[in-house]
Write a protein that binds this ligand. Structure first.
Ligand SMILES: Cc1ncc(COP(=O)(O)O)c(C=O)c1O
Length: 384
């Protein structure tokens, strides 16, 4: 049998530690290795596989579109792209009247930063400590964690970082030259930290008062993950710009930056070759239809409540706290998580860390109750 692990190590760059698992097939909330062993995917493709793997409607949409038109440059109009743009605006928080399509989360963030500078004529940005916005030079400049940034300096200048949920610190940081404040509503990589409702309301008011734009990064929280289609809906936030990616395409790479209707960007100032290609757009249209039709945001809310009630974390000696919105779950331990993640993998459950001592769970929103029971049983065993 071919040694796929050896091939990746010899010919690839291993930039993220690999689990000891070669995934060759996926179905619903499960992944399968070469021997056909089944794993419960509670990493959910790091937030991508919210519809589960190989969702039949996404598969059919990709097949149909591949036979019709795979690529179409942005010098031409396209039927599928135009329908996706209309759909995105129709489901977005109020005020977001247009969308720019790209291929990943970092690209959606880059576009948001550039659009904010263009629209305001200002240069500075404020983001949150423990926030994460991606790995390209602009997105990593917006990302607080020094280990992601420092090796790449000099970065894009003009970024300041403030602690989440402390409005006085934001008040001090936003000035006349602040183009935008950019935040996640639940920090994902940073430890599953939700914003407080009164904080985000005050952030929005402060941005409006000082003429800074509010960029909400919904790359991890979007498309039902938190129990609403967008986390903005929990808090009544009306961002000026919103970044999307991950679960948007039902597994296919696609991202988007949504803009307030009156923000004009002149042609030629930004662009993309692959962004808005019909294949990815068809997948996203199919995926969004399933999120809505199957009421997956509500399902995330219900199953998240069920999970937390069944887990009974107060009985688990190793658990310090559970932070959760919908099916975006962080279990903070009293110690480091790596050996607990390994213990889960031994029980054929794939999970993620978020920082040194938080287990992060992003299961597909189509996960079954019986599969949640299996997850809970394993967690109760390894965290007692
Ligand atoms: C909140 C957030 N923003 C941006 C990104 C970057 O997205 P991508 O990896 O698609 O570039 C991520 C990825 O984890 C994310 O969680």
């Amino acid at each position: 049998m071919t040694d796929y692990k050896a091939l990746e190590h010899e010919f690839g760059l291993i930039l993220q530690a690999r689990r000891d698992l070669v995934a060759v097939r996926g179905q619903g909330a499960c992944l399968y290795d070469e021997a056909g062993n089944e794993y419960l995917d509670c990493a959910g493709g790091i937030g991508v596989a919210s519809l589960g793997h190989a969702h039949p409607e996404v598969v059919a949409a990709i097949q149909r579109q591949a036979e019709t038109l795979i690529t179409c440059p942005n010098i031409l109009y396209n039927d599928v792209r135009s329908r996706l743009l209309e759909k995105l605006v129709s489901i977005a928080p109020p005020g977001l009247g247009r969308a720019y399509l790209c291929n990943s989360g970092a690209e959606a963030v880059e576009a948001a930063l550039k659009f904010a500078r263009l629209h305001t004529g200002r240069k500075h940005f404020v983001t949150a400590m423990r926030g994460f916005h991606g790995r390209t030079m602009g997105a990593v400049s917006a990302t607080y964690t020094p280990k992601y940034r420092e090796a790449f300096e000099p970065l894009v200048p003009g970024f300041g970082y403030v602690p989440l949920n402390k409005i006085d610190r934001l008040d001090a940081a936003v000035g006349d030259d602040t183009a935008a404040v950019m935040l996640e509503l639940v920090q994902g990589e940073g430890g599953v930290n939700p914003v407080q409702a009164n904080y985000i309301a005050a952030v929005q008011a402060l941005c409006r008062e000082r003429g800074a734009l509010l960029i909400i990064d919904e790359i991890q929280t979007g498309f039902g993950r938190t129990g609403k289609l967008f986390a903005c809906e929990h808090f009544g936030v009306e961002p000026d710009l919103m970044c999307l990616a991950k679960a948007m395409g039902g597994g296919v790479p696609i991202g988007a930056t949504l803009l307030r209707g009156d923000i004009e960007i002149a042609p030629g100032l930004h662009g993309t070759t692959f962004g808005g290609n019909p294949l990815a757009c068809a997948a996203a249209l199919a995926a969004i239809e399933v999120y809505e039709r199957d009421r997956l945001p509500a399902r995330a809310a219900e199953l998240g409540d069920y999970f937390e009630a069944e887990l009974r974390a107060d009985e688990l000696a190793q658990v310090r706290a559970v932070r959760r919105l919908g099916l975006m779950v962080g279990i903070e331990l009293r110690h480091k998580v790596q050996d607990r993640l390994a213990a889960l993998l031994e029980r054929r459950i794939i999970a993620l860390p978020a920082g040194p001592n938080v287990i992060r769970l992003l299961p597909p929103l189509v996960i079954e109750r019986a599969q949640i029971d299996r997850l809970v049983t394993a967690l109760r065993e390894i965290l007692a």
